[in-house]
Ligand binder design. Sequence first.
Ligand code: ADP
Ligand code: MG
Length: 675
Amino acid sequence: MEPVASLHGVGARRTALITRATGGTRVIDVLFHLPERFIDRSDCPSIAAAVPGEIATLTVDVVTHRKPEPGTRQPWRVQVTDGTGFAELAFFHNHQARSYRPGLKIVVSGKVERFRDTLTITHPKYIQPADGAAVPAIEPVWPLVADLRPSDFRAVAVQALAKIPELPEWHETRLLSRERWPGFAEALRALHAPRVHPDASVRARLAYDELLAHQIAVLWVRTRERARAGRPLTGDGTLRFQALARFGHPLTGSQTQVLAEIDADLAAPSRMLRLLQGDVGSGKTLVAVMAMLRAAEAGAQSAMMAPTETLARQHHRTLTKISPVPVGLLTGSVKGVARRNTLLGLQSGRIPLVVGTHALFQEGVAYRDLALAVIDEQHRFGVDQRLSLGSKGDATDILVMTATPIPRTLLLTQWGEMAVSRLSEKPAGRQAIRTSLHSLATMGDVTDALARALGRGDQVFWVCPMVAERELVDVAAAEARYRTLRLRFGDIVGLAHGQLDTEVRERALARFAAGETRLLVATTVIEVGVDVPAASVMVVEHAERFGLAQLHQLRGRVGRGAAASYCLLLHEDALNEAARRRLVLLRDTEDGFVIADEDFRIRGGGDLMGRRQSGQPGWRLADPVEHDGLLQMASRDAAHLLERDPKLASPRGKAIRLLLRMFERGAALRTLASG
Ligand code: ADP
Ligand code: MG
C-alpha cells in the first residue's frame, strides 16, 4: 500500500495534514476519506435567468473594474456580461480582482446574490478561463483540518484515484446486481470526482466492503481460537455441591442453563471463548465460581480478573465465602509477604482459585496450571487484549462476563469471535426498583425522605457525577455534598471517590458494606459490581450527566436484598427534551436490553464501545448503526465464505485478502499463518 508521500506535491507538511484529516498515511486512506456532502454546480443559467440565493456557474466576458470608494470597506468589483445582462464579481482585495482583465472570457461559479438590483457573486469559488478545465458540476466537500485547502485535497484525491490498480471483484456478482452496486474503484470515483450526485448505493457498496472485511477478520480469529487445542475439563461435582451448600441457595433455572453451556465448552477438547451476558444482579458471579470450581475439580487452576481493585476485593470476599478451596488475591496493592505467598501458591498450585486485577496476567506471575480465565466486566477491551489473557496457560479457556447488555449490532462487530450465553432471569426475591425523577431544586424534600429511610434502617448510596476533564470540580462537589449530609445525619455518612487513596476508599466501602456507615456519598467507583444487599436507596445527583447504560448499572447496586428499593434521579431544573426522554425511559423500564439499545441509538454507537475503547481500527466507510442491515448481511456472507474457502485460497478468497489488507484487518491473517 503506497504512502501518500508518493503522490505529486505531497511533502512532509502536507503528509502530516492529510494524516490528521484522514487518519491514515496511505494513498488508500485518502480515498477512504469520503466527502460529507456535495455542492451542485451543474446549473449554468444565463445572467438574466440566474436565481438569487442559488449556486450558479456562469460563462461571461469581463467588462470593467470598479475600485471601491476610498476610505470605505467596499469590495473591488469586476463587471461581467453574457449578453443577457450584467453581473458583478466582488473581491475584497485588489490583487484578487485585477487579474481578470476586460475582454477576458471566464467561467465563474458561486452563490448568486442580488445587491441593489445587481446580481453579484462574492468571492466566486471557481474562476477559470472559458477554454480551460471545466468547473466540476458536482463538488465534493470533504471534512478537512485547518491549513488543508479543499483544492489541495481534491488534487491529492484525483491522483489517488488514478493510482487504483486493476482489482479483482471480491463480491459475488449476484449480490452486486441485486443491490445495483458499482465496482470498488467506480464507487470511489463516483464520490471523489463525481459527475452526477452519487446515490446511496455508492456509499452502501463501500460500507459493505468495510463491514465484510471486519466480519471476516473477526470470524477468522474466532475459528482459529476455537480450533486451537484446548483441554477437556471435567469434574465429579463434589466442589460445586459443597459450594452451593455454603451459598445456601440453588442455582436459578437460567444459571443452570448457562452453566450447562459453559460445561460443554469446558469438557470439549477445544478452547472456550464465551461471553456471559447478564443484567446487573442476574447472578453472574455464582456462575463464574461454578465454572472455576470445575477447573479445580479437574485438578487445574482458574483466575478471575476484575477491572478495578475495589471489585477484585469484593469478588474475593464473595468467592472466599462460597468456595470450599482456597482463593488467592492478587492486585497492585497486595504487597510484601502476602504477595509473595500468593505468587508461590500460584506457582506451586496450592492456590486453585485466584481473583485480582490485571496484575494477574503480568510478567512474573507464574501458574502451575491455569486452565480457565474469567474476565469480569471487560467490555472496554479489544479482541487482542482479551485473547492475550489466555497466554498464561497453554490452552486457557476464557469466560468473559459483562453486565452491559450489548446491542445485537455490537455483538457482531465487537464480540464476533465469542460464543454468547445469556442470563435472562434474576434470582428470586429481587425487588423491582422504584425510580423517580426530582428537580435538584427539591433537594430539601429529598433529604427529608432520606431521613425517613435512614430512620427505618435503610442504607443509601448517594452518587455524584465524576468526569475526568473536570475532576477537581467534581471531587469538590462530592466532598461538599458529603459535608452537608454529614451535618444533617452525623457520622453514619461515608465518602468514597476515585481521588482517595485506595486504602481509604476500600475502608469506606467496607464500612458501608458492614453497615457501620449507612449513607455513602460516592462517585462512580461503585458503578461496577459493588455488592451491598442491604442498600435499598440510591440517589443520583445530576443524573442528566450520566449515560443511560451507566445509570442502569448504578441503579443495579440497589434492589439486591429483600427490601423494597428506590432510585431517585436528581436533575437540573431546565432539562432539554432529549435529556428528559432518556431519564423518563430509565424511570419506566428496568430492562437492560431496552435501555442499551436506546442508549446505543441515541449515542450513535460511535463511542459507546467504539474505536477508542475497543482498540480496534475504527470505521471509515461504514456506520454499524446506520448500516445495521448490511452488517447482518456481511456476517452471513463471511460465514459462508469461510465455510467454503477456509484458507481464502479461491479466486474470491484471494481478492478478499486484498480487501482485508486495505481495511487493516489483515493482522488476523498473519496470526493465522503463525498460529
Ligand atoms: P451480577 O454480578 O450478575 O450483577 P451477582 O452475581 O452479584 O450479580 O448476584 C446478585 C445477587 O444475587 C447477589 O447478592 C447474589 O448473592 C445473589 N444470587 C446469585 N445467584 C443466586 C441464586 N441462585 N439464588 C439466590 N441468590 C442469588
Ligand atoms: Mg457482577
